[in-house]
Ligand binder design. Sequence first.
Ligand SMILES: [Zn+2]
Ligand SMILES: [Zn+2]
Length: 253
Amino acid sequence: MTGCPTHPGAESVGTCARCGRFYCAPERIELDGLKYCADCGVRADVDWLGHHYRKLEGTRSGLAWFLLFAGVGFVVVSLFVTFTPGADGGARLIGLGFLVFGACSLATFSGKPRLRPALLVGSAVSGVLFAVGAQDPTAALGTLPLLGLAAAAWTDVRTRLFFRVPVPRATLRAHFEREGSNPLAVQASRLALLGLFIPGVCFISLVMGVVALTRIDSKAVPPVGNLSAALGAIVFSLFTSAFWALSFLSARW
Ligand SMILES: [Zn+2]
Ligand SMILES: [Zn+2]
């Protein structure tokens, strides 16, 4: 058996898929079914998925920023409910429920690993406060949207990376194919939906969809994909353009 060129005395167990060099078992890196030596396995053009997501570790996700504004909003609602003239003890408990959830939203925005469960705990606590404050157990159902928000923050890939929680490679891959591989296509499809409500937006989403379509390149490193989002944005934008054109014409006649 051949020895490892990097580690004298160690036995080689195979050759690198990129450079062809022999590697030993401890330095072998396996990515998407291919095996690499220690040098090649960490390269940006080999482990592009790892590089893409390592850049996002510790950076705030869109959901984290949303929780900053939501948190401030809940604190304002809490003050309003608590200090409205004539507010009784029950109303103050409901106000406290909003304050707890607002504080937990801000705790999530802070990104401190210890505070990651705060939002889930906070939604349960505010549910109890709502039920006791309103003297009606069904009032706890009012926290269902808050619980949904907390569950989304717990499971969201980008927010997990923000908290530096390890995410399995298969999950990163699925997330990349959905959101990361062609962000313009995703933005175009979201804007296309908005175009149904705001006139003129459909033209912007149409152009973005066409540009996103021209960017698709499965051979690039990392690959650029998301054909369905780009095509969806184009088709939907054409549909909304026709819809707005018809409504303007019928308004004129
Ligand atoms: Zn190599
Ligand atoms: Zn070695």
